[in-house]
Design a protein around this ligand. Structure first.
Ligand SMILES: [Zn+2]
Length: 256
């Protein structure tokens, strides 16, 4: 049996038992009972004069306590929004602290800010996995970022031969890679197919590898893992698959 597809960052919920997705929600949106989610303070939030940091952090902390909120994100730094860059750093640092205390991985928006992000990871001695989403960099970027333990998530850029990532993807260690749909309406399956071709691996191998990356990064997030394992000794599905399929299905099954 193939491992399910994993869409590590999307804005479009889809019900499919062969798909695990982390759906990004705005802080103001309540968390549905079914499905897996992420909440964070995006660097663009600081463009709004009405932005209230303490209020936003309080709400974020509340959202992150929920069992099916698997990651803090998206957050990060965007140098193109240079007027708020200093403030973005302050807000990002507060979220690093939250991610470490609550043991939730982070999904990061990074525009021309690799160096700052790596420096802050060091400064805070962060242990949680960090995933740079929408990655489209060179071989050197890949070496620098994965060398410092960051995961890379790649999306629809893989479908356009002029994008840097179509040349550099093969340099990404398979155990540091994720795939995502983000805002695109293109299915995650198409992105997996394009990645498998560029990586010269078969699709089912890629599914297995990315699924095991997923299991690894969210080990911290799902404290109920051991209970699932114990309560389902005969379950032939991988316990993670079983629990995630249960929470991602939209029928009336209770989340495990
Ligand atoms: Zn996004």
């Amino acid at each position: 049996m193939n491992s399910p597809f994993v869409d590590i960052h999307t804005h479009t919920p889809r019900s499919d038992c062969n798909l695990i997705q982390i759906v990004n929600l705005n802080l103001g949106q309540p968390c549905p009972e079914q499905g897996l989610y992420s909440y964070g303070i995006h660097p663009w939030a600081m463009d709004k004069a009405s932005f209230q940091l303490e209020e936003a952090l309080e709400l974020l902390e509340e959202r992150l306590q929920l069992q099916n909120v698997l990651a803090l994100g998206e957050t990060g730094l965007d140098r193109m929004h240079k007027d708020t860059f200093e403030k973005q750093i302050v807000v990002f640092e507060r979220q690093i602290e939250l991610s470490e205390v609550l043991q939730k991985p982070m999904i990061l928006h990074d525009v021309k800010s690799h160096n700052e992000i790596l420096a802050l990871r060091k400064k805070h001695k962060a242990k949680q996995p960090w995933i740079l989403h929408g990655f489209n960099g060179t071989e050197q970027d890949i070496q620098q970022l994965t060398g410092q333990g960051l995961y890379l998530s790649v999306g629809e850029s893989l479908l356009y031969s002029e994008r840097k990532i179509t040349k550099s993807l093969k340099k990404t260690p398979l155990d540091m890679l994720f795939l995502e749909t983000d805002m695109t309406k293109i299915g995650i399956e198409k992105i997996y197919e394009a990645a498998a071709k560029l990586l010269e691996v078969d699709l089912s191998t890629l599914q297995t590898r990315i699924f095991s990356n997923f299991v690894r990064i969210i080990e911290h997030a799902s404290r109920h893992c051991e209970e699932v394992r114990r309560s389902n000794p005969e379950n032939r599905l991988h316990p993670w698959t079983a629990s995630f399929l249960a929470v991602t299905q939209s029928d009336d099954k209770k989340p495990i």
